[in-house]
Structure formats: structure tokens, C-alpha cells
Design a protein around this ligand. Sequence first.
Ligand code: FEO
Ligand code: CA
Ligand code: CA
Length: 631
Amino acid sequence: MSDDNTYDLSWDEWDELQRPAAATTDFDAVVETAISRRGFLSGIVAFGSGAAVMGAGTLLSSTSVEAQAAGRFGFDPIAIQTDNTIHVPTGYSWSPVAKWGEPLFSDAEDLSQDFGVGVASSDRVFGENTDGMETFVVDGRQVIAVNHEYVNTKINLPQNADGAVLSADDVLTLQNMQGVTVMEVAESADGWGIVVDSDLNRRITQLTPMAISGPAAGHDLMKTDADPDGMTILGTMNNCGAGKTPWGTYLTCEENFNGYFGSTDADFVAPDGYARYGIGAEGRYAYEKFDARFDTSKNPNEPNRFGYVVEIDPSDPTAMPVKHTALGRFKHENAAVVIAPDGRVVVYLGDDERGEFLYKYVSTGVYTPGGPTDTLLSDGQLYAAKFDTNMTGEWLALTPEATGMDAAEIAIFTRTAASAVGATTMDRPEWVAVNPVAVEAYCALTNNSRRGPDFTNAGGDPAVAIEGSPNPRDANNYGQIVRWRPENDDHAAIDFTWDLYVMAGNPTVHDDLNAGSDNINEGNLFNSPDGMMFDSTGMLWIQTDGDDSNEEGYAGMGNNQMLAGDPATGQIERFMTGPNGSEVTGLAWSADKRTMFVGIQHPSAPFPDGDGMLARSSIVAIKRDDNALVG
Ligand code: FEO
Ligand code: CA
Ligand code: CA
């Protein structure tokens, strides 16, 4: 792979090239028909003024709206930027907390600009490409658990031409630089930083042993030569978004696991189920050439052991992580946990692939503070969302009766189960965020940049014919955020109502539906919403992972960024811009809520160290200069 430029692509970009999926989505058709029926389309241009987009006063209870004061942005919005640093509003400052290659333990070698991180230290340092994260307080100490989604081989193997993967040691280095970091952090006069050698520091890599829970545990499809019981898996991979349980554990979500597997045998016939998950003949990092575990011709069940949500106890570095198969196997984005009124645990889950689905898990047992939690993520019901054009929807249970599959098959081939019940295909569900001050949830549908006539679905649902008036956007280049409110203010309920919180667009370039919804204006342009978190006050923070060319349809959008959105008014304002080339992803707050921790993934060199230095994915701290609350 060293003779092409695929190493320069983000993982999402690379994955899309491997598996072009649905040419259109149900959800797109549902939105189009819903808008048309509600009469907001006197002409296409009128879409932007439609209440269906803003929704706050039309579809949702006014109680949630009135509970939140308008105009509560505590900062002066900033302009776009195209440079190689971070910008925050006047009165705020930022500083790095942890950078790729930074030692977590004093016995790890410092990063070399010529050789990166040597293999011997690669599981003792902060990994690459920071993504979802959560903060915890353990014995009064501040802990960050954070994902390292993937690696850029040119950065991690700078001694190899074009970052080519040439040896087992190269593979081991890459396997160690991904996964999860758990680390104690502390604030001093110099700002926040890693507490080196803290007994809470831990690296979880693609080799860390982890247990399996739920319906797939011990199933034949989970067994390998190295694990004949199908009960212990080595490692977690492509850890994207995150989540946090009320009982103080971290949830890390395995996304594009398919890209790590390949076959050294050209005659290998892929088993059923590979195609739907995009498991191909060649892995992105050539693991299969140096580590037989990733060679599907030798270990055809190994890919069945990835694509799950993994629970990690950040308070105990010796605790074995647990893969929860009851939450399904797909390209998990994040895991948004909320407790239903009766105490059941609800987890919202997106599958980030064009033409795949939005999911919800509801536990059988109930959570009680201090009570047992062992079965709360291993025994429950998984659902997939169906959105109807009358602005209602329902959660379709993935049961053996409804799918014709047994419980283990549903857990392992969840996409197939959701297709069987007729769930609504979506434009790449990224993060789900649950409003803490109103009973509603939001999902970023980042974009569907390949909608069009030249792709057919390679494994997902067939393309859906669109009835009625034209598709609102032939190509969804900008993304949108859908919001739903469960019946009876109960996130465990089957029924919900929905609307769009925002449809991103560019009114300076387009005068049709690509101008976006009414709450998009020249001052807050963005594309491809991805990371989303609510702060404790009910403000929605939106992070982007999109086209940062700042040209043509993306003119005026600048680098990827983080914005704040008021759920009540729909107002959205730009808070932060990232360095060029980067995605802004991952957000958490210090215990005193005077610091925001924000992730910068795949920046261009030389962020943040200056001229001549390697690009280092980093977590940064953002504070107000007066040390007031920031969330
Ligand atoms: Fe890892 Fe869908 O973002
Ligand atoms: Ca993402
Ligand atoms: Ca993305």
C-alpha cells in the first residue's frame, strides 16, 4: 500500500473507498415526505423557514423549551480560521494536556522526531488520534479515559518510506498506539498535564485481554484456535466515540474494525457476514502479513470478535475490560447512556455507515445507586429505529421472532437483524447526545457524500424509492442533526416524535435546500456534524469532521470546529476552531466544570509543537481566563 496515498486519508475516507454503500437512505425519504406533507415546501427555497427544521415550538413539549433561557451563550462567537492552531473566544485560553507519544510512565522513552515512538515504549505512552473521552474522579483524583481511534503510519513509522508497514515490530507499534488510555491528570500553574507514573495510568491496546458478555459469549462464531471457548478476546480497535455509565465505568466503541483484517490466501472464500461489514481481502495496515490473528484465511472468526461496545473500569487498572455483545455488533460510534424513569438502563447507539441504522438498548434489570451492575449491559433488548413521515417513530425490537435469528446471531450480525425488521436506513449516524434538562436525544447524521446514481448498495438495504416531491438534497454534503422525544418522557418507551434540530448548509453559495435550515447563517457555517455532547446546563456542543477546503460549497466554513447550540431556540454559535487538517472530536469536563477537555485528531504538522516537528494528535484544555464555569 506504500505506492498510493491512502495513508493520507482519514479512516472514514478510506473506509468509504472500500465499501460504497447505500445510494440513498430511508431517512432522507422520510424527511422529504414529512416536510412536503406538512406544507413547508411551497417552493424548495422555502424549506429553510419551515418549522419542521427548528421544531422546538411545534413538535416538542414547550416545557423543555421554557426550562432553558434563551440567549445564554457565555462567549462572543468567533470567525472561521484556516491556520494551524486553535482559536477560542476572547476571554478564553487553551493549552495542550496530552500529546501523541507523551510518556504515561517514566520508563517510556521520549518521542523522537526521526523515529517516533519505539516499539518498546509504544504501550507506555499516549496513543495517536484521540477521539471520544470521559472524565472520572477516582479517590479525589481527576482521570481521563480516552480513545485512540486509528493511526497514521507516516507519523508512527516515520523511518519507513511512505509509512509502509514492513515488519512484525511495525505492526506491534501500531497495535499499541491504538486502543484506550486511562490517565490521571492534574492542574498546576503550568496548566493541565499527565500525572506520570500514577497508579491509575493504563494503556489498553489491540492486545489487551478482555472478557465477552451477552448472547454471543461462547458461541461457535466467537471461537478461534487461540480461544477455543470463545470467551476471551485480545484487544479493542478503532475506538471511536465513548460513553459513561452512572456506576463510573467507561464505554469505548469499536467502529471500523473491518479494515484491520485481510487474507494472505488469494483463494480464501469469505464467510457469510463479511460483505455486510465490509471485511475485505486486504487490511489497511497489512497486519495479516505479520500477525496471523488478522489473517482471515487462518482465523475466519476473529472479525466476529470486534465491532462491540467495551466497558472499562477506570478506577482499577487490573480490571479486565468486557465486550458487551448485547449492545450489538456494527460500526459503533458512541454509547449515550440514560436511565429511564423505572431505573432501566437505556443506551443509544449509532452505526456510522451510509445506509445503516440507529439503535437503542434497554436493560432488563434496573440500576440502583450502589446496587449490582453486572448484568445491566449484558441482559436486555436491542431495538432499531423506524422514522415515519408523520414525524413519529418507533423502536423495533430485534427479537428471534421478529428477525428469524437466534440471540447470538442477532448480537453478531446485528445489521442483518435490523434489516429484517424494516428499520430506517440513515445518513451515517455519528454521536448521540441526551439532553440532561429535557427528555430528548439528538443524533448527528454527518453526511452522505456518495449519494448518487453510481453506487449500489454493497450489503445494506436496497436503495429506497422516494415517493412524492423531489429528494430534499440529492447529495447530503453538509449533514443534519435529528432529534427525538420519547413518549411519556421515558427513554425506554417504544414510540417517539422527531424533528430536525438543524440541517447544515451554505446560504452564501446555495439558494436551494443546500442553503440549510433557518438556524444556519453566514456567521455559523459548518459541515459534517459528528461529535456531540451536552454540558450540564443543557447546551449542545457540536464538533465537526468535514470538508475543510474552505472552497466552493464549503466556502466560509474554514477548519473543523466546535459550536454550541441552544436546544430551545435553535441558535448555534461557533466557539472554537481546530488546526488545519484536524478533526475536532471528544469533549469532557473537569470535575469542577472550569475546564473543557477537547480532542484534536489528525492535525497537520507541525501542530502543536511548531516548525519542523511531527503532527501530534492532542487533548487540549480550554478555560475561561476568569476561571468561571465552562459547562
Ligand atoms: Fe469514528 Fe464515525 O467516526
Ligand atoms: Ca466520529
Ligand atoms: Ca466523521
